[in-house]
Design a protein around this ligand. Structure first.
Ligand code: KIV
Length: 259
């Protein structure tokens, strides 16, 4: 099956332009991101950042599809990637069935799968059946119990490089490197021909991704690798406080807000 223009464009950008990637869970956010991002991801981080769940494992496929349908409404330019949630791609049959459902309902351009170090054959079969795949290695929240930077030990570094190579060989069009040491991220970026998208993996990757809610200060989760560009929580709080004061004092609604 033909690879879409958007996917080819992302692949061609390697080493030419740093890829700008962010997450979106709603139409108002994707409307803004579409003007600036190469890739918009409906991440399973919606579980923690939006629903306040303990981790990303409990979000259902249907809930994520609903978010993706809303996000898609405002995407015209960016490449739209859907993050397959936990336990939806345990074998080839399950992955194909769910990926086809995702594509049909959301009209996304690609799906993302976290690597468990073994599921390269799943990626290979999705790609073979015409479904573009983004890989994800390093700190993969669906499979790792506790947070820890990856690739600091020699054997870990070797394993990560092997994983990246296998994912490229399986036909993925790009790969997320999460919390990988700069040295290893650099090595992977140099070794493989598909773009690497870093999160907590230094500026030595081909592009960067962050959870938008972290970047705008709305998630309450700000690890070292997040740069909080805006404190939206504070801005919303001030606004709500003003509204409360206006209502209490009878200042809202005034004549202009009344029929
Ligand atoms: O779920 C997510 O938002 C992600 C990105 C952080 C890469 O997987």
């Amino acid at each position: 099956m033909k690879v879409s223009k958007k996917i080819l464009k992302i692949k061609k950008l390697k080493s030419k332009k740093k890829l700008v990637c962010l997450t979106a869970y709603s139409k108002p956010i994707s409307k803004i991101l579409d003007r600036y991002c190469d890739i918009i991801l409906v991440g399973d981080s919606v579980a923690t950042a939006f629903y306040g769940m303990k981790n990303t494992k409990s979000i259902s496929l249907d809930t994520m599809i609903n978010h993706a349908m809303a996000v898609k409404k405002a995407i015209h330019e960016s490449t739209f990637v859907f993050d397959m949630p936990f336990n939806t791609y345990r074998n080839i049959k399950e992955a194909k069935k769910n990926a086809k459902k995702i594509l049909k309902r959301t009209h996304c351009d690609a799906v993302k799968l976290e690597s468990n170090g073994k599921n390269f054959v799943v990626i290979k079969n999705l790609v073979k059946s015409g479904i573009p795949v983004m890989g994800h290695i390093g700190y993969t929240p669906q499979y790792k119990k506790t947070f820890k930077p990856q690739g600091l030990k020699k054997n870990e570094a070797r394993k990560l490089i092997y994983e990246a190579e296998q994912i490229e060989k399986a036909g993925a069009f790009s790969i997320v490197l999460e919390c990988i040491s700069p040295k290893v991220a650099k090595k992977i970026t140099e070794k493989i021909k598909i773009p690497t998208i870093g999160i907590g993996s230094s500026n030595l990757c081909d592009g960067q991704i962050l959870v938008t809610d972290d970047l705008i200060g709305l998630s309450g989760f700000y690890p070292k690798f997040v740069k909080k560009y805006l404190d939206l929580e504070k801005i919303i709080e001030k606004t709500i406080k003003r509204f409360k004061e206006d209502v209490r004092k009878g200042k809202f609604p005034n004549k202009t807000n009344t029929y």
